[in-house]
Write a protein that binds this ligand. Structure first.
Ligand code: 1HN
Length: 356
């Protein structure tokens, strides 16, 4: 088979026009574009969003646009490779930095896309999810999965900022993205993050489990950080000190489409990650790190975020020789696994999954 395929310009203009008039196009001029050799075409560009650039613009939005006029006051971290208007970080991931000022309330709604919030700074805000009031402190992860009612409020004195991660681009592409508005939720007593606070044991109510798909909605940073520190201490030779956020009753991914992780880089550590099919978002919770793709280096400090396209070997380096660095990571692994396209490449070689 030849690798040079016919071009559109090779065809008589009248023939092309006659096809187009009937909503027909020839495949062969575009075949290599949609099915390139070995490495997929990716719109997603490696992109770094520095918090020092976001914060003043976000605070300005707080002056310019009252919460009633925004519902959610968010600056979207848009990947220029997808064009800014598409509001995508990658093909399936949406990222936004949301600001809530003291006394403000972002009303209750629910929607088909899944969301999580990673708290960046400020104390006193909360998200109520299906009646469970989840306090927001730096580094906490709060789930608002598909279909669950959620609203945000703020009883503190300083602005609160968090990073929203949604599978909105996927839901929009699938033409399944919509929302419903609700009224202020009654909060119920109890917090699931207390009930599921210890690994290795879990609640076994004598009259049966909740059977809820999302038994845990708030993942406190204090617990995730303690897990990472004890892993690092207990396994001094472990190269990748990482935890993933899961459903504590089943061990499955916390949400259906995107995967969420916390990773610790030991002081001075360099961690080389193989190329994998999903795009990845790195966000610094504590410390500082360099994210390198070979083509680009991003120096991330606390609250900075970057996105790396899929199939890209990536090197993470702790910028400090004396302090650990802690990263929050979001990726498209659960989606890729469900679709059967998840891939890890050794030495950057294609490892196409096969059903054999
Ligand atoms: C949303 O519901 C929230 O509830 C934040 O805070 C960002 C971006 C797109 C669509 C829905 C929220 C969102 C969103």
């Amino acid at each position: 088979m030849t690798s040079e395929l016919g071009r559109l310009e090779d065809l008589p203009a009248g023939y092309v026009a006659a096809m187009r008039e009937r909503n027909l196009v020839p495949l062969w001029p575009s075949l290599r574009g949609v099915l390139p050799p070995k490495v997929p075409t990716r719109q997603t560009q490696a992109t770094h969003w520095a918090y020092e650039h976001i914060k003043p613009l976000l605070l300005k939005a707080g002056e310019l646009t009252p919460i009633e006029k925004a519902e959610r006051r968010v600056l979207v971290l848009a990947n220029p490779g997808h064009t800014l208007e598409k509001m995508q970080a990658s093909s399936a991931m949406y990222l936004g930095m949301q600001l809530l000022l003291p006394g403000e309330w972002a009303p209750s709604h629910r929607h088909t896309p899944n969301a999580v919030r990673m708290v960046v700074e400020g104390e006193g805000a909360w998200t109520t999810v299906e009646g469970e009031k989840c306090p927001m402190s730096r580094g906490d992860l709060i789930l608002t999965p598909t279909g669950l009612w959620h609203e945000h409020g703020h009883d503190g004195t300083e602005p609160v900022v968090w990073l929203d991660v949604l599978d909105l681009p996927l839901a929009y592409y699938l033409e399944v993205s919509y929302h419903l508005n609700g009224s202020r939720q009654e909060t119920k007593p109890g917090q699931a993050d207390r009930a599921y606070a210890r690994a290795g044991v879990m609640p076994a109510p004598v009259f049966g489990r909740s059977g809820r798909r999302y038994p845990m909605l708030r993942y406190p940073w204090a617990n995730a950080k303690a897990a990472l520190l004890s892993m690092a201490e207990n396994q001094p030779d472990l190269e990748g000190v990482q935890v993933t956020y899961v459903n504590p009753e089943t061990g499955e991914d916390a949400e259906n489409i995107l995967g969420f992780y916390a990773l610790m880089l030991r002081p001075g550590q360099t961690l080389a990650l193989p190329a994998r099919s999903p795009a990845v978002v790195y966000h610094v919770i504590e410390g500082a790190a360099r994210v390198s793709t070979g083509a680009q280096d991003f120096d991330l400090v606390a609250a900075d975020t970057c996105c790396i396209p899929g199939y890209t070997p990536t090197v993470l380096k702790n910028a400090s020789a004396t302090e650990p660095a802690f990263l929050f990571i979001a990726d498209e692994s659960p989606l890729h696994r469900k679709l059967g396209v998840y891939e890890v490449r050794q030495d950057d070689q294609p490892a196409m999954p096969s059903s054999l």
